[in-house]
Design a protein around this ligand. Sequence first.
Ligand code: NDP
Length: 478
Amino acid sequence: AQANIGVIGLAAMGSNLARNLAHHGNTVALFNRHYSRTEKLLAEHGTEGNFIPAKTMEEFAASLQRPRTAIIMVKAGAPTDAVIKQLEEAFEPGDIIVDGGNSYFKDTIKREKEVRAAGFHFVGCGVSGGEEGALNGPSLMPGGTAESWKTLGPILESIAAKVDGEPCVTHIGTDGAGHFVKMVHNGIEYADMQVIGEAYDILRRGLGLSPEAIGDVFADWNKGDLDSYLIEITADILHEKDERTGKPFVDVVVDRAGMKGTGTWTVQTALEFGSPVTGIGEAVFARALSSHPELRQAAQDSAPAGPNNAITVGDQATFIEDVRRALLASKIIAYSQGLNEIEDGAKQYGWNIDLGAVAKIWRGGCIIRAKFLNRITDAYTNGHPAALALDPYFAKFLADAQESWRRVIKAAIDAGIPTPVFSSSLAYYDGLRSKRLPTALTQAQRDFFGAHTYGRVDTPGVFHKLWAEQNRPEEQQA
Ligand code: NDP
């Protein structure tokens, strides 16, 4: 046995990950259900490093040093279960099975339990960065036992993206913690993309700027606090012309955004915890709204009344700076909410997750990589804010930005341009700032119609008012 690591599933992600492993001095055992994919990888890239192809799972197991370590990169769901089963038959207790697919974290928790009971280590590992990341350095979010991290850690560190010499991987926590954090990461990515879309829309429909001019604005923003992969590619996209028509490329793309489900999982999970991830939620629903052509057509046909989208400003440069601040403020809120969901998940599932370390490994390799993640790491290294938005650095930014933020939202509302994440993020911020919320009234209503009880501001305890019998004193319950 010569291989120190194996990869199962050699489609786009698996073959790139296998090559990345080989490029970093690992000897990589290869297995794919249909051997043709293995042959293709060897034919095209076999000279890039040490690969040991296997036609059967038994051959694959025999080519691996113990404890065997294999990364599964197949379709999430039933295919992953099928491969785990085969591995349990071919491997021996103590070996490490890694699932690098986009698995739902609850499946990972369940699988980890079952696979551990059979004597193996099971690591659900979030892999971010798409095909390019898999090849040149992904951001990796492994869960599983601390013991499996001892063997797996150095291998993952060798292939992860590097920022300032530090690998973008850390042991997130036990069982499903890695896939959980990867899920929230994807949710944050939805919000991050949506706030960029809202800024674009305000500049396009509101100010009437061309895609090219907006591309210049984004390229400029990319030099400051917003420096990030998503802002960078936005500038590139807006500068791009369609080859066929010569029009701005963005104008020939159908305005329906697809989704593969991780954003939805993030929101569903947040709903289970009661975690207010309004930014991610609005971003998921914004894509959902875009993807109802019949509904949108019916609305167009009935031509609902509203303003014509034009925003008149005194000084354009000043307003564009307001939009930049509104974007960054909304982005900070979305991250703040997402990180709080991770904390809620950690509490729920008994994980010990270091949010500073999480922000650090998102700095490279993944889609949300951004300079401002350094600030998030600092926030959680220097203290433990109840929310990122309350960390002194971010709180000051929000305080300074809020007037711009409000001006932009007001302008968008007056012009009839929807800004679901900008607006809901500001509502969240104002909700946090409020000494008293109207939920006092909500709770009184609940007590009125459902005897759901209420707490008093002046006396501890649980109360219920006998609403129908006005003259009787209120009753205190246990
Ligand atoms: P696909 O999700 O398209 O899956 C194809 C691979 O799964 C092939 O190797 C295929 O084998 C194998 N497979 C399918 N069904 C079975 C089965 N029943 N038993 C055994 N093997 C099976 O490949 P990708 O490379 O796009 O993605 C791999 C994993 O990585 C997925 O879980 C995906 O969600 C995740 N991922 C993808 C990212 C991306 O950007 N694409 C980013 C991060 C994670 P065969 O060749 O024999 O059909």
